[in-house]
Design a protein around this ligand. Sequence first.
Ligand code: GDP
Ligand code: MG
Length: 178
Amino acid sequence: ANSAGSLYNVVLIGGSGVGKSALASIFAGALDSMDGDFECCAGQIREQTVTVDGESAIITLLDTWDPQNGGSWTQEQCLQAGDAYLIVYSITDRESFERASELRVQLRRARQSEDIPIILVGNKCDLVRCREVSLNEGRACAAMFDCKFIETSAAMRHNVWEMFDGIVRQLRLRRDTK
Ligand code: GDP
Ligand code: MG
């Protein structure tokens, strides 16, 4: 790696209301005292330098999937723009879990010959009483789709950085085996 670190686009996709923007704001808030980070496009696109395992990477996080964000990105553009994807559902919303599976298929179709790092993310794991999708279902789905899996809570800030660090590690693994 060069001293400036590697540059990667990571795209958040998933049903509406699952917590994509909440996860993105945690990402954006991480290094708020440092220079070099910036926000643009009404907070839809955020760039941060992150250090994972002692190595830095510049991550551009795209929260451009939902049209109601007021952005001009089409979903097809989102499916082409990522070096890696976080497919988010809410553990309190089975429909969003089914949607995540559809998106995995759509992504595979859009980027056929590529081996793109993906993490299936079950967000809102703080809402235990409203759970509709079990941990094992999430795991099984990720295994079937040959991607990583994590449950997060943006509200509790639980596992959010584990998720971002995880996607950086996945990207490096792909890079280092090229
Ligand atoms: P998006 O449509 O995927 O961008 O979802 P948002 O980030 O706008 O979140 C939708 C709603 O869910 C908001 O009211 C958030 O405050 C709430 N929310 C997001 N993540 C969590 C979480 O981890 N736990 C809880 N309890 N609420 C969350
Ligand atoms: Mg949003």
